[in-house]
Design a protein around this ligand. Structure first.
Ligand SMILES: [Zn+2]
Length: 599
């Protein structure tokens, strides 16, 4: 696979600053020299996400995420480095130039999986639209009132009732067996070797697309409600497909969600398409699971309010409630729409139309009201025993709430409705909170062992060099690379040395791209924002190098002294003693010329 030329990357760096790249996802405010906002990688109420325009890096003091703009796009869009370059190049209005080279294997493989998925989507779509086999599916869609333009927009397809059709077709197009397997489009038969069969058979196909408009997987739905197979079948987890991290339809609906700042969540793919067709376009659907944390963070980029459209029978479902409780710890507003019994959103909108469903959404209760009402329906709030059951049901949910004002509103309301003194209620709640063995307390981090002074000295040197590259030559002359025995510092130092020897520019931004380890990237971005490394640079560097060199000599003396004890030959002993003498001499010279960097 071709790789992207360095020139392209440099031109992106020139044209685009990190603020422009980040502000599509995070709303940023200027504070002092940096920009701050709510971190998109963890849920928080007060902003700890910092972006430095000057240094072209970001760092979150809450979850430690950090790096340059390419890393930011990789994390937030869940893409590889080359893909992040493509996204930013588009934004900067730059054409990406490729060079031919053997690129890394995973990138290559991901690219092949994208391609085979694209082709499979094309074949499924073709079967649905133009082949006699697709007649049944065409009829089915007509029955469900799905318009042809929706079939086009969502690229719906049909997988024929055949064990071999798709993969044979793909093999004919020269896609490799291994790629088709890795994309999850076919499975290996348990009987006999090299026997494959198609995963999706006799199903209506919904291609699932990433934010980059690439097909990452498929959902297949049976059309015969009496069949013994599961109603929905999704692609299994692959290198490019994770059902926890994606939402169906978002590639098409996200601009509508962004415009309204509201996302309507439905369960099924048909629900989503029906609503979209009825001109309710700010919709998304999880991929066969309850909402996950990752999906909530994804939605938070575009929406301030989440509206959950339940099937009536799912509303009381405890799994659903648990997933919604997750939303309470974010700052998102949540409302619940409960549809009349035995109806899903698809049927409702077909029968009653767009206005009826919009009315339901507008008058929908908040999640908390909904939950409390549900509890009141289940239990008798005049009986003490039942009051306890109601509190047992509601307390874990209240505990998730981050907003103190909202919390106190809920307590007042509950006290009033249950006819309990508010103080007693609060007391009961704090008992529950404290003794209900919170998992957060249990897994609290142990205090980290703080690095020793030698490690600190090494880290000081590398950070100072990143900030003040003019000292690199000096430091490389005075401190041997062997002085760096802290793995983190030595990795960075090796990278600095390499860039220096190749006459390359040295900056934080460039180091972040060169270093593979995420922990190290995070460390250097975090430290660079602390402004510790710009004061009294010469003296500090000098002291650190002195400390490291002295330690290295002491260490060698110790090793040699230990070795002498094992030696028997007189000549060898004499030689070792001489070496120790030399080391002591070196140590004294070092001490006398302690301020070599200062001169
Ligand atoms: Zn964070």
């Amino acid at each position: 696979m071709p790789y992207i030329s360095e020139d392209t990357i440099n031109r992106i760096r020139e044209r685009l600053n990190i603020i422009e790249a980040v502000k599509d996802y995070v709303s940023l405010k200027k504070r002092g020299r940096n920009w701050i906002g709510l971190c998109p990688f963890h849920t928080e109420k007060t902003p700890s996400f910092n972006v430095s325009e000057e240094k072209s890096v970001y760092h979150c003091f809450g979850c430690n995420a950090g790096g340059n703009m390419f890393k930011f796009i990789m994390e937030i869009e869940n893409v590889t480095f080359p893909e992040s370059i493509e996204i930013l190049a588009k934004k900067a209005g730059i054409t990406v130039e490729y060079k031919q080279s053997v690129s890394d294997e995973t990138g290559k493989e991901r690219e092949l999986i994208y391609k085979v998925n694209e082709k499979a989507a094309f074949i499924f779509h073709f079967y649905l639209k133009d082949r006699p086999e697709g007649e049944k599916a065409r009829e089915y869609l007509k029955e469900r009132n799905i318009n042809p333009d929706m079939i086009e927009l969502f690229k719906l397809g049909y997988a024929p009732d055949d064990y071999h059709k798709l993969h044979k077709e793909l093999l004919k197009e020269h896609y490799k067996e291994a790629t088709i397997l890795k994309a999850g489009l076919m499975l290996k038969s348990k009987k006999g070797n090299n026997n494959y069969y198609d995963r999706f058979r006799n199903r209506l196909i919904f291609p699932i697309t990433s934010g980059l408009d690439k097909v990452i997987g498929f959902g297949g739905r049976i059309m015969d409600s009496n069949a013994s197979q599961p109603k929905y079948l999704n692609t299994q987890e692959t290198q490019i497909f994770s059902k926890r991290k994606n939402l169906y339809g978002l590639n098409i609906t996200r601009n509508h969600i962004r415009d309204k700042r509201q996302a309507i969540i439905v369960e099924g793919y048909f629900d989503l398409i029906s609503l979209f067709q009825a001109d309710i376009k700010n919709v998304a659907a999880p991929l066969g699971t309850a909402l996950t944390n990752e999906q909530i963070l994804l939605l938070k980029r575009y929406a301030d309010e989440i509206v959950i459209l339940f099937d009536s029978d799912a509303a009381g479902n405890s799994a659903a409630i648990r997933s919604i409780s997750l939303l309470l710890s974010t700052n998102l507003k949540i409302r619940i729409v409960q549809l009349p019994s035995d109806m899903d959103p698809d049927e409702f909108v077909m029968k009653h139309g767009q206005e009826a469903i919009l009315k339901l959404i507008q008058s929908a209760p908040s999640f908390l009201k909904f939950i409390i009402k549900d509890a009141f329906n289940k239990y008798d709030r005049t009986i003490t025993e039942d009051k306890n059951k109601i509190l047992q049901f509601i307390f874990p949910i209240i505990k998730q709430i981050n907003n103190e004002i909202l919390k106190s509103d809920v307590f007042r309301y509950l006290a009033n409705e249950l006819k309990i003194d508010e103080h007693i209620l609060l007391n009961e709640f704090s008992k529950f909170s404290n003794t209900g063995a919170s998992p957060i307390l249990k897994t609290a981090n142990k205090p980290k062992a703080s690095p020793g002074s030698l490690v600190l000295a090494q880290r000081y040197i590398i950070m100072t060099l990143i900030e003040n590259p003019e000292y690199i030559e000096h430091v490389l002359k005075k401190a041997n690379i062997n002085c760096f025995d802290d793995p983190l510092s030595s990795t960075i130092m090796k990278n600095i040395q390499e860039l220096y020897q190749n006459n390359k520019q040295i900056s934080l931004d460039i180091l972040i791209d060169n270093i593979q380890d995420n922990k190290i990237k995070e460390f250097i971005t975090k430290e660079s924002l602390s402004e510790k490394y710009n004061h009294d640079v010469k003296k500090q560097l000098n002291d650190c190098i002195f400390k490291l060199r002295l330690h290295k000599i002491d260490e060698q003396i110790k090793i040699k002294n230990n070795k002498i004890k094992e030696l028997k030959e007189f000549n060898e002993i004499k030689k070792a003693e001489k070496e120790i003498q030399n080391l002591i001499k070196e140590k004294n010279t070092l001490k006398q010329n302690k301020n070599y960097l200062m001169v």
